[in-house]
Design a protein around this ligand. Structure first.
Ligand code: PLP
Length: 364
């Protein structure tokens, strides 16, 4: 009898990760689906950005600037920080990964709210550290008292997400300052502001300003959402240069491509134009939230480019019904919890609202 040959074994923490499941796609033959599942911008790149990307493609046989010097300088200048205070990555997911690689390993604990950004537990596990998820409050907010109580000797990093993906509310200045007062200065706190441009809550914590008050704080931001560059992969973390240097050491060489670097720079130049688009999404967000309230949904304060439907046990059923609608409406369900719906164009949002209304899905 043949014994099965021994196989190379991954690290147990990695073996335990769920296998990747591709997201929903519309039927190949039907009308194009309304894609509200990934918090993308509904708008294609600005002509100036598309041109810069095309031009970068002309010289794609060359390596990009390894240290993305100009991009670091431009982001630094934008934030009023030095280039050395910024670490760029292939999306802020990558930048966050590099933070965890730099600061955590076996035996270290990483605290984050849950449910929050899906990448947090995965990145923590891949880094070899232990995830400490702390349940959100009923209204989809971070429970900062519980998070403070979760701090132990082993806590190395705390991830905060404002506004919280997928539920929507921001973290407020007063609550974050109160929380940080309880966090030992040896613990690194990362404030993930992926949706900062969409926030209209006047009490929101201003991560950039908070950096000046808290030497153990970093902020994480991205060009994927408000700047509409999700497909090009540029994000960054920023903070004290001493904290950032080890993060930079973990960055995969050349991981931000030349088209991505140039697209991000041109997008910073075109920021005003891009913020007009953000304003349109914010206006639609208000309209969608009102319409959902009319349908009977209690939506947590939406401050990103998405809304949260606390569908609970009906989550899978409602997501499936939306996908079966004509046109198909693709959303992001979290089984047993709820559904995150990205704000799209007016027409896309109307298609989503019509599909929801026809379900009589006013469950919450
Ligand atoms: C989308 C998102 C990011 C970053 O995405 P990238 O495309 O990797 O830049 C980071 N944090 C949160 C909470 C997000 O929703």
């Amino acid at each position: 009898m043949d014994r099965p040959a021994a196989r190379p074994e991954p690290r147990p923490a990695v073996a335990a990760l769920p296998r990747y499941v591709p997201g929903a796609r519309g039927a190949a033959d039907g009308p194009p689906p309304v894609k509200l599942s990934s918090n993308e911008s509904p708008y294609p790149p600005l002509p100036s950005v598309a041109q810069a990307v095309a031009a970068a493609g002309e010289v794609a046989h060359r390596y990009p600037d390894m240290f993305a010097v100009e991009l670091h300088e431009r982001i630094g200048a934008f934030l009023g920080l030095s280039a050395e205070s910024v670490a760029v990555g292939g999306g802020s997911v990558a930048a966050l990964h590099h933070v965890l690689q730099a600061y955590t390993g076996a035996g270290d604990e990483v605290i984050f709210a849950w449910r929050s950004f899906e990448a947090y537990p995965i990145l923590t596990q891949v880094a070899g550290a232990t995830a400490v998820p702390v349940p959100l409050t009923e209204d989809g907010r971070h429970d900062l008292d519980a998070m403070a109580a979760a701090i132990t000797e082993r806590t190395k990093v705390i991830l905060l997400c404002s506004p919280n993906n997928p539920t929507g509310p921001t973290l407020r200045t007063a609550e974050v300052e109160g929380f940080l007062a309880h966090v030992p200065s040896r613990v690194l706190v990362v404030l993930d502001e992926a949706y900062v441009e969409f926030v209209r809550d006047p009490d929101v914590i201003d991560g950039r300003a908070a950096l000046d008050r808290h030497p153990n704080l970093l902020i994480a931001r991205t060009f994927s959402k408000a700047y509409g560059l999700a497909g090009l992969r540029v994000g960054y973390v920023a903070g004290d240069a001493e904290l950032i240097a080890p993060v930079r050491s973990c960055v995969t060489p050349f991981s931000v491509s030349a088209p991505a670097q140039t697209a991000a720079i041109v997008s910073l130049d075109a920021r005003d134009e891009l913020l007009e688009r953000v304003e349109a999404v914010v206006a639609e967000r208000g309209r969608v939230a009102d319409a959902l309230a009319e349908l009977g949904w209690t939506v947590p304060d939406p401050q990103g480019n998405f809304v949260w439907l606390a569908a609970g046990e009906r989550t899978a059923e409602i997501a499936a019904a939306l996908a079966a609608a004509e046109p198909a409406v693709l959303v992001r369900p979290f089984a047993g919890e709820g559904i995150r719906v990205t704000i799209g164009t007016r027409d896309e949002n109307d298609a989503m609202l019509a599909a929801l209304a026809s379900l009589g899905a006013n469950a919450s």
